[in-house]
Design a protein around this ligand. Structure first.
Ligand SMILES: *[C@@H]1O[C@H](CO)[C@@H](O)[C@H](O)[C@H]1NC(C)=O
Ligand SMILES: *[C@@H]1O[C@H](CO)[C@@H](O)[C@H](O)[C@H]1NC(C)=O
Ligand SMILES: *[C@@H]1O[C@H](CO)[C@@H](O)[C@H](O)[C@H]1NC(C)=O
Ligand SMILES: [Zn+2]
Length: 296
């Protein structure tokens, strides 16, 4: 989430507005905790000092608070990569063009993955990895236009938002009807069922979602950012920004956004589980040609 006066104004109207919202980040975390190997669960619980089922969900939004704390500002640009593409005509992410000297979400995933591997049980790098694998799956975290949508005003059910926070929070709140960890847990269960259930809507496709290797974490993060950025052209700004500026989005725009939000949450959760499995155990059952773990 980028900082603009419009964002702050909308945050005042809707005080719970955070990047991918707390519900979005917690949903990704719950999906990941449901798919991770037992060794990875144990490792994360020990690292975070939390033996409860909420061990990943409760820390998933920590990075959004930390960046406003004293000494946390350096981590602000790590939450996105500002792709300087031309939506809706062409979408793409280019590391050399789009990742600034201050860093970006791709360099941050590389950095905190590396720290987690070289300094096992270091809690902050784990919290950042959990958060950034969520953020990178939100299309407007991989887009420069209008400060990642922060300067485009829209309405959802009559409430004023900016486009970035609509995708982070408003659509998820409208879809789930809640704003709590319990909301996220219920939402994650329905998405997990699509991945794990026999005949689940994502059962077949999800076997191909994770094709990444720790040997090239830059390529992994760039692939996730590029795939996610495609939705800026197809769903976020399909007719260009002027078509949605100041408009109510609760009709066909929202209907088309929901499947994207759900798919991106599910992909983020599975990829986070597999990424942490690789870091902790060196292997994952969630990659290509591997069976997805049965529901526990
Ligand atoms: C890597 O993370 C450390 C610890 O937060 C930070 O000090 C450093 O600036 C980061 N480096 C890069 C290249 O992001
Ligand atoms: C929003 O950002 C775009 C480019 O990123 C710019 O062309 C436009 O003028 C900005 N709009 C406002 C209202 O600041
Ligand atoms: C969309 O929002 C408007 C304005 O609040 C409201 O009148 C309308 O009933 C909403 N439509 C849907 C489909 O929710
Ligand atoms: Zn964030």
């Amino acid at each position: 989430m980028h900082i603009t006066p419009i964002l702050l104004a909308s945050a005042a109207v809707v005080p719970t507005a955070l990047a991918w919202g707390t519900v979005g980040h917690a949903t990704v975390a719950y999906i990941a905790s449901g798919l991770m190997k037992p060794e990875t669960v144990a490792y994360c619980k020990k690292t975070l000092g939390d033996d409860s089922d909420e061990f990943l969900a409760t820390i998933a939004s920590w990075a959004d608070a930390f960046r406003y704390e004293p000494g946390g500002a350096f981590s602000m640009p790590f939450h996105w990569i500002d792709a300087i593409d031309r939506p809706p005509y062409s979408c793409d992410v280019d590391y050399d063009r789009d990742c600034t000297a201050e860093g970006c979400i791709v360099s941050a995933i590389m950095n905190y993955t590396n720290i987690q591997r070289t300094q096992p049980y270091e809690p902050m790098s784990l919290k950042w990895v959990v958060h950034f694998l969520g953020d990178i799956h939100q299309p407007l975290h991989d887009e420069n236009y209008g400060a990642g949508g922060n300067n485009i005003t829209v309405f959802v059910d009559g409430v004023k938002w900016n486009l970035h926070s609509a995708w982070d929070t408003a659509f998820i709140t409208k879809l789930t009807g809640g704003t709590t960890l319990a909301t996220a847990k219920a939402f994650s269960s329905s998405l997990l069922a699509r991945i794990q259930g026999s005949g689940g809507a994502y059962a077949a496709a999800s076997k191909k979602w994770f094709r990444a290797s720790l040997k090239d974490s830059k390529a992994a993060a760039m692939a996730w950012a590029t795939e996610t950025n495609d939705y800026v052209c197809s769903n976020v700004l399909p007719e260009g920004p002027l078509e949605i500026q100041g408009k109510e989005l609760n009709g066909t725009y929202y209907q088309a956004a929901v499947p994207v939000v759900e798919l991106q949450m599910a992909k983020a959760g599975l990829r986070l589980a597999a990424w942490l499995d690789l870091i902790v155990t060196g292997g994952t059952p969630l990659g290509p040609n591997c069976k997805v773990r049965p529901a526990r």
